[in-house]
Design a protein around this ligand. Sequence first.
Ligand SMILES: *Cc1c(COP(=O)(O)O)cnc(C)c1O
Length: 396
Amino acid sequence: MLNKLRLLTPGPTPLPERVRLALARDMIHHRKSDFMAVMARVQKRLCELFGTKGPVLPLACSGTGAMTAAVYSLFRPGDAVLVVEGGKFGERWTEIARMRGLEPVIVSVPWGSAVDPAAVAKTLDENPGIRGVLMQISETSTGVLHPVRDVAAVTRARDVLLVADGISAVGLSPCPMDEWGIDCLLTGSQKGLMLPPGLALIALSDRAWERAEAEKPGCFYFDLPAERKKLAGNQTHFTSPVNLIVGLDESLDMLLEDGLDTIYKKQWALTAMTRAGAAAMGFDLFAPDHFAWGITSIVLPFGVDGQKVLASAQEKYGVCMAGGQDRLKGRIVRIGHMGWVDWADVLAGLHALARSVIDCGGFTASQDYLEIAMSAYRAAIDVPPGAPVPAVFVRS
Ligand SMILES: *Cc1c(COP(=O)(O)O)cnc(C)c1O
């Protein structure tokens, strides 16, 4: 009873009370007018969130379901696709592509680094048969933000579809789909959207819709043209995840009430804060140059066991954070600062991290890491209206 449990993980995330109350409402029927009115409202604002003329299709599944829907709808067995692999989720694209019978050509990126768009262009030039590029916007396993905007400039100039996994980017850092030229953008409910897991969202460009309409759907459940038809009447093909869509109606209200730029500024400030705090402790950041705005990966001091640090942070300080996956297991801590998380939660997370590292035999370089973190937050959030925003804030 001493601590309240704070989720600082890259999904699921804490939920605002407004959203929780909306989720608790009684059932409405997914084929009746009450629900259709909710869908119409949600649809309009999803288009704003995705930066697309739409539509944005809701699917009842986790984010990986939308990844599967993209691969099974846009490509046919035997197609070659380029996969940017710089972490666990890049590898997932390869696995899904192989399951569909595609031939993945892998552009491998060291974990912690971002892909070089020139390497994508070169691989496409060397393999003219490639029909799509599959990549993450934010590679959650490493905390890297890939330069999707620059990759889109490469794919847009060719007959190659860019499929972007925005599961830990949509609602967290800018990725305006139509403006950048992303052909398929998808996300899941439990990361940036302040919702429980179980709902995925996916949107296609005109040329991606042409491809989807021309291909036979690869599986019965994920039939995107059929979903699009139903959505024109504000319904989904199968039974809708009604409560999640009612919750989404509420969370979109919150996300958009002060404009998307306010959300991005908050996410940028939380990122600057977390990085400044960790650096003041003397820890290296795992993604030094190109970093996501909803998660920060921190390298633990040599000899400190990451799994013990995480257990201590949760049991003694009430903060649940994520560790590394695969080869990074035990070596890094990933602090999620997405969803309904603010500066005070990040302060708790930084404190829990520092104390737990000390509990596990390490030490911190400075005692002032909380002050330093707060200063970084204020410097980022106090940019006055009309003042030029820091260059890094507008970087893709
Ligand atoms: C969380 C995440 C996924 C997996 O999503 P699920 O909802 O667990 O299926 C895929 N890609 C990225 C970038 C993620 O952050």
